[in-house]
Design a binder for this molecule. Structure first.
Ligand SMILES: [Zn+2]
Length: 472
């Protein structure tokens, strides 16, 4: 079966075909962070979904060119800088740094480019596009000196969100009074400078001001990826008005279909509620790390639910993520040991060879739940086969190779291996001797000493194993 995605534009699952099917090149534009505060785990859920998308396409042999923009000028960043009494660039810099730090913690692949809206090159492109839209009658300068997009002149406006124009009540980020505009839904392309903007302004044919948020993405996407791109992603809250506006602006200038596939990630809830600072359930990546969880565990927790299903974040969910990863680690260790032993099994289990079920599940609109279902079913069955001596070294090797392949998508390799301290190893040896002599009291004392050093001994079928306390 071919690769297929749910396209927000058509509201249908569609087979994937790139703009230029003669090559394996695929362009992806992903709306990035607005750097006015540290991104929260809901933002990162969307970035992890985009990471999964890129990695799966790469596994399937596509060559990805991905752009993620940084919104470093808008109402929120300007307000933040003013309140902090620092220049805009200084204010946004700290959150850019934090964003890259958190993305690294979560093992999110870097985009090929991270254009910033305030880059002169893109400001020029925005001004050029706005001039073009005015020339075509698709935009106008209102009495407040701002420039607005004339949505009544763009018949497809509302097609992405499946919106009826007459239902339009609010257009989000419009700052000035509505009566300056011809239609309540007309959105700002260029916002005329006012006192509150301080020294944040650029000159334009319409006077000093700054770009609207939507035109930033149209300008950066087309400047870096061309007039037509394969996939455009974001969170569901980006659909309207942001992505709707991006289509109107871009197609208004180029006259060509802007995006082939629109993919949107559902919300993240915390304990079944919308995340909000006022509810005390608002978490950033460092908040989760401070609770003792790793980036790898959070990555797994944010990755494991299908991107179109709302993800309910809970601490029990984090614990489950830890346990699932523990199962994977244990399984890998067993397979490695079996490969090392070069053992031959008397009978070979049916699960001797991995199938392509994992990749095929991801082909189906990135069905990660089904893909992980296959992984854990395989773990269960190969473990059973190993228990019954029905898996040979060659099969174990095949499973390890398979893991290597799917892990290019999952990126769940264990955090750097923790070396076992010599003291702990010695205590474990003494304990083994005590057990051999059936000195159970001494054996228990030694176990307690090991535990005090932050380690635990597990007596397995293959002898005692040491693990850091608390590692599942
Ligand atoms: Zn955007």
């Amino acid at each position: 079966m071919a690769l297929r995605f749910f396209n927000t534009y058509s509201r249908k699952i569609e087979e994937f075909e790139s703009v230029d099917p003669s090559t394996r090149a695929v362009s992806i534009y992903t709306c990035g962070p607005t750097v006015y505060s540290r991104a929260h785990i809901g933002n990162f859920r969307a970035y992890i979904f985009e990471d999964l998308l890129q990695r799966h396409l790469e596994l399937r042999g596509y060559k990805i060119h991905r752009v993620m923009n940084i919104t470093d000028v808008d109402d929120k960043t300007i307000r933040g800088a003013r309140q902090a009494k620092v220049p805009l660039t200084k204010f946004t810099e700290q959150f850019k740094t934090a964003f890259f730090e958190d993305a690294k913690t979560l093992r999110i692949k870097r985009a090929d480019e991270f254009p910033a809206a305030t880059d002169r090159r893109y400001i020029d492109r925005m001004i050029e596009m706005i001039g073009e839209l005015i020339a075509r009658g698709l935009a106008y300068q209102a009495d407040d000196k701002s420039v607005y997009f004339r949505i009544n002149k763009f018949p497809d406006y509302g097609k992405l969100a499946h919106f009826d124009l007459t239902q339009l009540q609010s257009t989000g980020r419009v700052k000035h009074d509505e009566y300056d505009k011809e239609h309540i839904g007309d959105f700002a392309l260029w916002k005329a400078w006012d006192d509150e903007d301080g020294d944040v302004k650029w000159n334009s044919p319409w006077g000093p001001g700054r770009p609207g948020w939507h035109i930033e993405c149209s300008a950066m996407a087309t400047a870096l990826l061309g007039d037509q791109i394969d996939i455009h992603c974001g969170g569901v809250d980006n659909i309207f008005p942001h992505h709707e506006a991006e289509i109107a602006q871009t197609e208004g200038v180029t006259g060509k279909k802007f995006v082939r596939y629109w993919l949107h990630c559902a919300h993240l809830l915390v304990d079944g509620q919308k995340m909000a600072k006022s509810l005390g359930n608002f978490y950033t990546v460092p908040d989760i790390l401070a609770k003792g969880y790793t980036g790898r565990e959070l990555r797994y927790a944010l990755l494991r639910v299908h991107y179109r299903v709302p993800l309910n974040f809970t601490w029990e969910g984090m614990q489950e993520a830890r346990e699932s990863l523990g199962r994977i680690d244990e399984w890998l260790a067993r397979l490695q040991e079996l490969v090392g032993s070069a053992r031959r099994a008397d009978r070979t289990s049916q699960r001797g060879v991995p199938t392509s079920a994992f990749e095929e599940a991801l082909d189906d609109d990135l069905n990660i739940s089904a893909a992980l279902g296959y992984l854990f079913e395989s773990i269960r069955e190969t473990n059973r086969a190993m228990d019954q001596d029905q898996l040979d070294a060659a099969s174990a090797k095949a499973w390890l190779d398979w893991w290597k392949r799917i892990n290019t998508v999952l990126d769940l390799k264990p955090e750097t291996e923790i070396a076992i301290p010599v003291e702990v190893t010695q205590l474990a040896e003494q304990r083994e001797n005590a057990r051999r002599e059936k000195d159970w009291k001494r054996s228990d004392e030694l176990r307690d000493q090991i535990s005090e050093l932050g380690w635990e001994v597990r007596d397995t079928k293959d002898g005692p194993k040491l693990a850091p306390s608390g590692a599942a």
